[in-house]
Design a protein around this ligand. Structure first.
Ligand SMILES: *Cc1c(COP(=O)(O)O)cnc(C)c1O
Length: 234
């Protein structure tokens, strides 16, 4: 499949998921996760109009950032070590993986030095899988209290990864729980500004995530392919 046909296919699946759930297509943002592909493919994706790029490691992201800075917004979606924060803040517009106070502090300090604000998602381990990063749902409210003093961090929403399921439908409770958690936090006025964003849904399960309220889907394989598919790029 060519890049264009993959983009068209994903677009029509997104539109269908929005139709099924009474949502507006413009309320769902697509992040092209380019960690498996070259800078050339990332540039092609941006030329096709997808201007949010997701990466999970700085060494992989660097060639894409060099090629696309100013033309795309970069999203950091991987687990982030505090000693790597200096590479990320100032280059990546969004961080989806905030899950520790030590990390919040490091982001805040770096952002202060650069005089920027960093919109962040709190990563929540809804499924409770041990292999997954993120806060337990019941930890989130006290975590928010502890992050408040770090005023260079702007909490905008929640992020989760669902377990891989052969039936995408099986992921629905995870996405529904993340939306419920966001709504509960907002009902409790956990923050002055309500959390509006939900970063959830990947290649395998994005339609279910959209039906459950995703505002950002993170799409790698289904959208940009993997390296071995690149020769099919048109
Ligand atoms: C790799 C990755 C994705 C995209 O994965 P696909 O299944 O290829 O769409 C999304 N989110 C995170 C956090 C990732 O690490």
């Amino acid at each position: 499949m060519t890049l264009q046909s993959r983009l068209r296919d994903v677009e029509s699946r997104l539109e269908q998921a929005c139709l099924r759930s009474g949502r507006r297509r413009e309320d769902v943002n697509v992040i092209a996760v380019t960690k498996y592909v070259s800078a050339g493919t990332a540039e092609a994706v941006v030329r096709e109009g997808v201007t949010h790029i997701g990466e999970n490691r700085w060494p992989n992201a660097k060639p894409k950032w060099d090629a696309l800075k100013g033309q795309a917004s970069f999203h950091y979606i991987g687990s982030l070590q505090t000693n790597k924060v200096k590479d990320i803040v100032g280059k990546f517009e969004f961080i989806h993986s905030l899950d520790r106070i030590s990390l919040a502090e490091a982001i805040h300090k770096r952002a202060q030095a650069l005089d920027v604000q960093v919109p962040c998602f709190l990563q929540v381990n809804v499924s409770g899988e041990e292999s997954k990063h993120g806060l337990a749902p019941e930890e989130v409210i006290s975590f928010i209290e502890k992050v408040k003093p770090f005023d260079r961090i702007r909490l905008i929403g929640l992020m989760t990864m669902a377990p891989f399921e052969s039936e995408a439908e099986s992921t629905r409770p995870v996405f529904r729980a993340l939306r419920q958690l966001r709504d509960d936090l907002n009902a409790a006025s956990a923050l002055d500004e309500p959390l509006t964003e939900l970063s959830m849904g990947m290649s395998n399960d994005f339609e279910v995530a959209v039906e459950e309220g995703a505002t950002w889907v993170r799409l790698g394989t289904v959208l940009v392919g993997k390296e071995e598919m690149e020769e099919e790029l048109s």
